[in-house]
Design a protein around this ligand. Structure first.
Ligand SMILES: [Zn+2]
Length: 154
């Protein structure tokens, strides 16, 4: 099986999304996975749910879990959509991460899993990130858990 097909399976890249390119950089020990969408794809408007054509797009980057000890970044081509009612809108949901962060869901979960064992500074050092980044992930996940009644609140 070719590497892009292996990664598609592992990352659950499904139509209309496709892996366009994988760039392995030995010097920085990093893997950049470029996830694009098929030409002619439509996405539903975030307001009215109508299928919309893509107006334009730009790559955004999310840090993902490491692959074989290489840092992995998902470069996802984010479309702006042309809705007949709502004009130009930005797609705000992708399967791999929140729109307003630079970390995938799985990366954020791996941060949270370490919280019972390590303090925030140690976790930041472990991932090579700064404390405030880890705090923002932590605070978001705690708020999410509270909303879903997964944490006892007094
Ligand atoms: Zn719309």
């Amino acid at each position: 099986m070719e590497f892009d097909k292996v990664l598609s399976t592992i990352l659950s890249v499904k139509k209309p999304w496709i892996i366009r390119e994988i760039d392995v950089h030995k010097g920085t020990r990093s893997v950049n996975v470029y996830i694009d969408f098929e030409r002619g794809s439509t996405f539903n408007c975030i307001n009215c749910e109508q299928p919309c054509k893509v107006y334009d797009s730009t790559y955004r980057v999310w840090r993902h879990l490491e692959i074989l000890n290489y840092r992995c970044y998902l470069n996802i081509k984010m479309p702006r959509l042309s809705c007949e009612i709502h004009r130009i809108i930005t797609l705000d949901k992708i399967p791999w991460g929140r729109n307003n962060t630079h970390f995938t869901h799985l990366f954020e979960q791996s941060v949270i899993k370490l919280c019972p064992q390590m303090n925030i500074s140690a976790i930041a050092k472990h991932f090579g990130e700064i404390d405030t980044t880890i705090w923002s992930i932590y605070n978001h996940q705690i708020e999410k858990a509270k909303k879903n009644n997964l944490i006892f609140q007094n």
